[in-house]
Design a protein around this ligand. Structure first.
Ligand code: M5T
Ligand code: MG
Length: 608
């Protein structure tokens, strides 16, 4: 069930969303323990596999450390002594070590990727279900593309950090420490000379890290901007084509695209400068070992095997250095991404259930607005002191000029927003005292721009009540006067509808959304201008369907065509956020106020 049918479709941030919305609103620490702890919770269910990966990593690291040492042992022992048997033994140990290394490295990669993908999908599921709970006021004010980039890109880097980064960090640190220790123990003097290069590496890394921070941060913002712009333009494609604005829209997109490219080039260039620098330093270190090691071998103070082992260790030393510095960049982005994702997860629904909220009992349909004032933003009120009393089963019409506040009144009934002052009662219960789901399950909405999901026609009608049988779906479609249309389709109720109902006419979409509401069979029905913008025949089909839909329930009908509502039990004329006239059609006509004026005007239009 659920409050059938979202309205108005997609919001993308209004005319050309401002750039600020894309910028990072985060601390930007390179390591944020709070964020890290929060995110670790997502790895926790997979602790066992992570421990497995950790053990595999330890084995891999250990064996990586061991192999140069074996080379040294082979050279200084059996090779120099010509001891073939001894050499065979060492070769065998080496082979064994390599096989185990191969297996452990494979296991480590497999486990990490497995956990990574799990964490990724868990995080996305959690984000999505949270996004669904966020109030319309959140979605009204957030650019869709940016929200998408949270769920796709930010979560992606977080996953990278949690699954790969964590192990890399620990593994590489152990490896580096191990290499230093082994080298020191093999020959302290040569080790100290070789490591004279370390301060240079540290300084290079620090410079890199400093620039990387801004550069990578910039790429994230530009990337979100790109996705945001793409989403907005695709959503608005009809308007773009209608106004032949493809040229300027492309130009704008090209700008955003170029900015994204430049930011990425800048960030990548940093690595292109840094990584060769590390390689260069590694060659310098190799040279040092060759030179000083060579002299020492000639002097007889160091064995040949030790120098060769040193060369191998130096070689292995710089890979983790490169990895760690890259990890630093990943950490930057992941921490910022993590912070944004957590901010999103911590965004409380503005319209929250009270802790002691009760389940809404079966609604009879009595709606009462008592001294209700409301504004979307605190300081701008759009409704002023609204008082309406709607008896169960009544049909109440809201009419009035554009922007008067009709949709806003409807929004308050289902508690899409909370009132600023006063109270909305349903069956004499304050709507803030009940669980929203329990209330919305008994309500329905047919909006002016009904949203149709991709899927079959049957699925879309069933959105009103997922458990309905196909017979019930057909029955609802018959009542909604849409059966004859569906029946003629090659696949009938299984006909596929494109996203947003793109392959249906507006009238067909409205009829389907009415069928959806009929199937949901809500006690209270809100209908927002469902009869505008269709031809006379379709309108009479819709009118007829509505009559059936409205029977036996409380309904609030927002209408621009007054012919729809002459029979309403009560008509409220809304103007500038106030109800200025209230009564039946006959009463209001005789009052000769705004309603009378609107009525006359429409009548004249019809006669013309
Ligand atoms: C009343 C403002 C709108 C207008 C006033 C829906 C909505 C409205 N508004 C917002 O600021 N945010 C919103 O999400 O509220 O608007 P309404 O209630 O939509 O008016 P209406 O339904 O009577 O108009 P219409 O054109 O549908 O007949 O100032 O800016
Ligand atoms: Mg409206």
């Amino acid at each position: 069930m659920g409050f059938s049918i979202g309205s108005a479709g997609v919001r993308t941030g209004g005319p050309r969303g401002n750039l600020e919305s894309y910028a990072d609103k985060v601390d930007g620490k390179s390591f944020n323990l709070k964020v890290f702890k929060y995110l670790l919770v997502f790895v926790k269910p997979y602790t066992l596999r992570m421990v497995g990966a950790f053990i595999a990593m330890l084995v891999t690291t250990g064996l990586t450390l061991l192999s140069p040492f074996l080379v040294k042992v082979a050279i200084d022992g059996p090779i120099i002594e010509g001891d073939i048997e001894g050499l065979n033994e060492i070769a065998l140990v080496m082979l064994l070590a390599f096989v185990v290394l191969y297996l452990s490295s494979m296991t480590q990669r497999y486990l990490l990727s497995w956990v990574g993908q799990k964490v990724l999908s868990d995080l996305r599921s959690k984000l999505f279900s949270h996004l669904q709970k966020l109030p319309l006021s959140y979605h009204d004010t957030h650019i869709i593309g940016v929200t998408i980039s949270r769920v796709i890109s930010d979560v992606g880097v977080i996953n990278q950090l949690l699954s790969q980064g964590l192990i890399t960090l620990i593994g590489d640190s152990i490896l580096l420490t191990g290499i230093i220790l082994v080298m020191l123990s093999l020959n302290a003097q040569l080790a100290v000379v070789t490591f004279a290069i370390i301060p240079v590496i540290v300084i290079a890394t620090m410079i890199f890290a400093k620039y990387a921070k801004t550069a990578f941060r910039n790429t994230r913002a530009k990337n979100a901007h790109l996705i945001g712009d793409l989403a907005e333009n695709l959503t608005g494609i009809r308007v773009i084509q209608a106004f032949a604005n493809e040229g300027s829209t492309s130009e704008r997109f090209d700008e955003v695209n170029a900015a994204n490219r430049d930011a990425n080039i800048e960030a990548i260039s940093l690595s292109f400068i840094f990584l060769p620098t590390v390689e260069f330093l590694s060659m310098v270190a190799t040279g040092i070992v060759l030179l000083f090691g060579g002299i020492s071998v000639a002097n007889g103070t160091i064995s040949l095997g030790t120098v060769i082992a040193f060369l191998a260790y130096v070689n292995r030393f710089f890979l983790p250095v490169q990895e760690l510095s890259q990890l630093y960049a990943t950490m930057q982005t992941a921490m910022a991404g993590g912070e944004r994702v957590i901010n999103l997860l911590n965004t409380e629904p503005a319209v929250n259930d009270k802790p002691d909220a009760i389940d809404m009992p079966t609604i009879t349909g009595h709606i009462k607005f008592k001294n209700v004032s409301f504004g979307y933003k605190d300081h701008v009120k759009v409704l002023h002191n609204i008082n309406v009393d709607i008896a169960p089963g009544q049909m109440v019409a809201l009419v009035g000029p554009t922007g008067a506040g009709k949709t806003s009144i409807a929004n308050l009934i289902a508690r899409f927003y909370d009132v600023t002052d006063g109270t909305v009662y349903i069956d004499d219960i304050d709507v803030r005292d009940v669980k929203q789901i329990s209330m919305r399950q008994q309500m329905g909405l047919v909006s002016q721009d009904p949203f149709i999901f991709s899927g079959t026609i049957a699925d879309n009608i069933r959105f009103g009540r997922p458990s309905a049988s196909i017979d019930e779906v057909v029955r609802a479609a018959e009542l909604a006067n849409v059966h004859s249309f569906v029946d003629k389709l090659p696949d009938s109720y299984n006909a596929e509808i494109l996203e947003d109902g793109a392959n249906l006419s507006v009238g067909q979409r409205q009829l389907i959304s009415i069928a959806r509401a009929i199937l949901a069979d809500p006690r209270i029905l809100v209908m927002d201008e469902a009869t505008s913008s269709v031809d006379m025949v379709t309108e009479s089909l819709i009118q007829d369907a509505l009559k059936k839909l409205l029977a036996n329930r409380t309904s609030i009908v927002i209408a621009h065509r007054l012919s729809t509502i002459v029979n309403a039990d009560q008509i409220c004329v809304v103007q500038a956020g106030k109800i200025i006239e209230q009564g039946t059609h006959t009463e209001l006509i005789s009052q000769r106020g705004l309603y009378h004026e609107l009525h006359d005007r429409q009548f004249v239009e019809l006669v013309d």
